[in-house]
Design a protein around this ligand. Structure first.
Ligand code: CMP
Length: 481
């Protein structure tokens, strides 16, 4: 909208300027003899009246040449270039074209009006003029030629991320002009780096279409298994937004340090310009994955850190909250207080970051989950895209289908916000099922309803969808009579 308005304004301005200059030229050419006579009458022979009129004509022709060059520039580089190549020509190329075209036109016009003056000789023989010009334009010409070599070499383009300069500046290239490279840093400042400076410095280029990698460091205690740490971090990082799915992240030990085992994770980005955000997200994912997997970041070994190990999953003092949570889950309503307490003791608490997958469709599973805090959604994969089937809130449960039937997980369950879940395993559930036949029945109804929801969205027709079928499948699987 703004762009089209500014184009209209420019065209209008251009039209008005052209009309004015053409009118002025018409008047000057028509009244040239009268003007010459007037000047002669007023000023005598020196300077000659013809010279003054010719100089005026040259000025007007110069302005017309300027307008013509601008129009040609916009037509060739703005329009034709954009139509053919899909982007506008670099500013430097446009400027070089304008300067060369204008100089040629100006020389032709000068020769026409002042044939007796030898311009070439004026420039070539005037050594002093050359020295003065050379000194005055030293930096400018340096930048100009460095700019030309940058354009010819094309080591980077608009949109690439580059790091350049003695005090390194990193940012996205916005423009390459005849004087400088303009980059926008990640703090949204614009930095101009002279072409001649850039030509002398090493430049690190991360091209836009290229798979560029980043390294993020972390550490663990010496007691944590490297194989487990590497696996946990790799899986956590590969799921983060903007981490390329084309290459699996690499996690490796960087150093066996004084206080910790030091690792680095190398991952590739879809959009390198967002590497700051992605690095931060990767660190966040590592923290959550560590928490779930029971891995530990290392403290300095000089600090004596005495810690009583809590039961896996449960934090001290929150057993009551978990009993309360489980007692409020509708399918557990028939359980006695003692049985709910047993389930709470067996429950393992996990924490997930927003966007992390809690369970993945197709995986085997022998536990179910209750949402303790937060929210999750149930998703089906459809042609590479995921579609949400249901959203589950605090007190809702999921993962029961695989637990009670032994089949693979039917859907993905993804955390919508930071979510804590309580995981209840096969053994704990078996004890409860044996003494509560009602529980099996109410479960079979809920599972039938959920399966119906899935069948409506995807092809799960092979699985039993009737409560009676599910009931007998559960009993068979758990060896109940
Ligand atoms: P499970 O198959 O073990 O793993 C995926 C879980 O998503 C599944 O168990 C159910 O708990 C849950 N699920 C599947 N379909 C629905 C649905 N329609 N509504 C709510 N939850 C569902």
């Amino acid at each position: 909208m703004n762009r089209s308005r500014s184009i209209t304004n420019n065209l209008l301005l251009f039209g008005v300027a052209t009309a004015t200059v053409l009118l002025a030229s018409y008047l000057l050419w028509s009244f040239a003899p009268d003007l010459t006579a007037i000047i002669k009458a007023r000023m005598g022979a020196h300077p000659s009246a013809e010279t003054i009129v010719n100089a005026l004509k040259l000025v007007l022709v110069g302005v017309i040449a300027y307008l013509l060059v601008r129009a040609l520039n916009s037509l060739i580089f703005g329009l034709t270039f954009r139509l053919r190549k899909g982007f506008e020509a670099p500013t430097l190329v446009r400027n070089v074209f304008s300067i060369v075209a204008f100089t040629i036109l100006f020389f032709v016009a000068f020769n026409t009006f002042f044939p007796e003056v030898n311009l070439g000789a004026l420039f070539t023989t005037s050594a002093i003029f050359g020295v003065i010009l050379g000194l005055a334009l030293q930096d400018t010409l340096g930048n100009f030629f460095a700019g030309i070599s940058l354009q010819a070499d094309r080591p980077f383009q608009v949109g690439d991320v580059i790091t350049v300069g003695a005090q390194p500046h990193t940012g996205v290239v916005e423009e390459i002009t005849w004087r400088a490279i303009k980059i926008r840093t990640f703090t949204n400042h614009v930095v101009l780096i002279n072409n001649s400076t850039a030509a002398k410095e090493p430049i690190e280029v991360s091209p836009r279409g290229n798979l560029n990698a980043r390294l993020v460091n972390f550490n663990t205690l010496y007691t944590d298994s490297p194989a487990k740490s590497i696996h946990v971090v790799r899986e956590a990082v590969r799921e983060a937004d903007n981490v390329s799915q084309k290459v699996t992240p690499i996690v490796r030990i960087r150093n066996l340090g004084e206080n910790s085992v030091e690792y680095e994770v190398k991952y590739w980005l879809d959009d390198y310009a967002k590497y700051n955000d992605t690095d931060a997200l990767v660190r966040q994912r590592i923290w959550y994955a560590f928490r779930r997997a029971g891995l530990n970041f290392a403290f300095p070994t000089r600090t004596v850190h005495v810690e009583r190990q809590p039961k896996p999953g449960l934090r001290e003092g929150d057993g009551g909250a978990i009993v309360e949570r489980l007692a409020a889950v509708d399918i557990f309503a028939p359980l006695s207080g003692e049985e709910t307490g047993m389930l709470a003791k067996a429950a393992v608490r996990h924490i997930f970051a927003p966007g992390e997958t809690v369970i993945r469709a197709g995986d085997p599973g022998s536990s179910m989950f209750v949402v303790h805090n937060g929210r999750v959604c149930v998703q089906l994969n459809e042609n590479g895209k995921s579609r949400t089937v249901a959203t589950l809130n605090e007190g809702d449960f999921f993962g029961e289908m695989a637990l009670f039937t032994g089949e693979p997980r039917t859907a993905n369950v993804v955390a919508l916000e930071e979510t804590e879940v309580l995981e209840i395993g096969h053994t704990a559930m078996k004890g409860v099922l044996e003494t509560n036949p009602d529980l099996v029945e109410s479960l079979s109804f809920i599972m039938a309803e959920r399966r119906q929801g899935l069948v409506a969205q995807a092809d799960l027709s092979a699985a039993p969808a009737e409560p009676a079928g599910i009931l007998s499948a559960i009993k068979r699987f758990f060896g109940l009579t």
